[in-house]
Ligand binder design. Structure first.
Ligand code: XLS
Ligand code: NI
Ligand code: NI
Length: 436
């Protein structure tokens, strides 16, 4: 049976003049841009939780999305139908990857053993589906935040019994990811933070979180899982303060607990903006630390202060992201995971296509624009010129070991007052607009 009748076979590329909302206008999987096929630059993934399990429920109202794949009574049957729908969608959309939480794909049972059994059953089914379609797993993860047992955090819980539950769940989620040939595994600290410091031992909780990650690193070796581990920064929501609040906080955490060799960052646009940063700031911070692993592609709403997880449509944003990605040379294990959900009123299955097609087209345009900006070279030339002094004799001597404050004083006494230079911000902003 077809859950997505609006697309008969596969979404086609019809070019920029097409008026068909169910066709790509810019994303051409095999088109080579900046030395690589578009599909290899992006490695697009669909997020199971939003796209197949999202209901449109909000704090003010009931679910708006009634999905045929959720119709069966038995939760395991429902899970199989959802997997069918998912692989139909991936194939029709033409993406190569998907991402999931353990509890998205398999229902939680009444005991831990039953949950583990459900997960293993569905993983076996997903494995068949992957083999049939060639669709691969970008990353897996464990949902350590929905069940009430995790109300005060998972690894960072004040109760070691809850820690044990979380760690056991991670063990099985790693097995599932490994069984499906996952290229990565993500740790997003769902409730790893605090609501009030009045009841919180902050450093103790951070140490607990690091313990879980070290145990996961050890287990990964034990089972021979070679995928990349990621940590995903987010400043708040659901807790008031999350320990992995932004890229800088994550890097500090990884360095403090000797985890830099084992984890890279999975950076999400809406989390960057919630942290009071731009997405480019977060990407740049991670890339320059050699720790940019993967991207959760979405967008927030400028006027709303929470994680709205909208589909990315701004060409300015996708161009900026692609400049950073091209500079990095592209992903190795990571990809662009649409951690994004359609709005509550967009409850038709066709809306899921419109959203993903729009996001993929926005990134395709971003890639083409970014490539033109970098090939043009004026942007880089301006920046290089701004820092040119550091290539000179004195600049180089400062950067090498051994130069002193007294050397600096001698330089000033000889050269007098520095000449101020314009930062040329408006010129550069207009330069970028030439390409949009
Ligand atoms: C929530 C996070 C979540 C992670 C995976 O805000 O973005 O979806 O990506 O647990
Ligand atoms: Ni995310
Ligand atoms: Ni998010």
């Amino acid at each position: 049976m077809a859950y997505f009748p609006e697309v008969a076979d596969r979404v086609q590329y019809e070019g920029p003049s097409s008026r068909n909302p169910l066709a790509f206008k810019h994303y051409e999987a095999d088109r080579v841009v900046a030395g690589k096929a578009m599909k290899d630059w992006f490695r697009f993934a669909v997020a199971y939780w939003h796209t197949f399990k999202g209901t449109g429920q909000d704090p003010f109202g009931a679910p708006t999305m009634v999905r045929e794949w959720e119709a069966a009574e038995d939760p395991l049957v429902r899970a199989h139908h959802t997997m069918d729908a998912a692989f139909e969608f991936f194939t029709k959309l033409g993406v190569e990857y998907w991402c999931f939480h353990d509890r998205d794909i398999a229902p939680e049972g009444t005991t831990f053993a039953e949950s583990a059994h459900n997960l293993a059953t569905i993983v076996a089914y997903a494995k068949e589906k992957q083999a049939e379609t060639g669709v691969k797993l970008l990353w897996g993860t464990a949902n350590l935040f929905s069940n009430p047992r995790y109300q005060a955090g998972a690894a960072t819980n004040p109760d070691p019994h809850v820690y044990a539950y979380a760690a056991a769940q991670v063990k099985h989620a790693l097995d599932a990811t490994h069984a499906l040939g996952g290229e990565g595994y993500t740790f997003w600290g769902g409730r790893e933070g605090y609501d009030t410091l009045l009841n919180t031992k902050m450093q103790q909780e951070r140490e607990q979180f690091a313990r879980l990650l070290h145990q996961a690193v050890a287990y990964k070796k034990e089972i021979g899982f070679e995928g990349q581990f990621y940590i995903e920064p987010k400043p708040k929501e659901p807790t008031k303060h999350q320990y992995d609040s932004d890229v800088a906080a994550c890097l500090n955490f990884l360095r403090e607990f000797d985890l830099m060799d084992h984890l890279k960052l999975n950076i999400e646009t809406n989390h960057a903006t919630l942290a009071g940063h731009t997405m480019v700031h977060e990407l740049r911070s991670a890339r320059e630390a050699g720790a940019l692993g993967s991207i959760d592609a979405n967008a927030g709403d400028e006027l709303l202060g929470w994680d709205t997880d909208q589909f990315p449509t701004s060409i300015y944003l996708t161009s900026e992201i692609m400049i950073e990605l091209i500079r990095m040379g592209g992903f190795t294990t990571g990809g662009l995971n649409f951690d994004a959900k359609v709005r509550r009123q967009s409850h038709d299955t066709a809306d899921l296509f419109f959203a993903h097609i729009g996001g993929m087209d926005a990134f395709a345009r971003g890639l083409i624009i970014a490539d033109r900006i970098l090939t043009d070279g004026r942007l880089d030339a301006e920046v290089d010129e701004r820092y040119a002094g550091w290539q000179g004799e004195f600049g180089q001597s400062v950067l090498s070991d051994g130069s002193s404050l007294a050397d600096a004083e001698a330089y000033v006494l000889t050269h007098g007052e520095p000449t101020r230079r314009s930062g040329r911000q408006e010129k550069l902003e207009s330069l970028i607009n030439e390409f949009l």
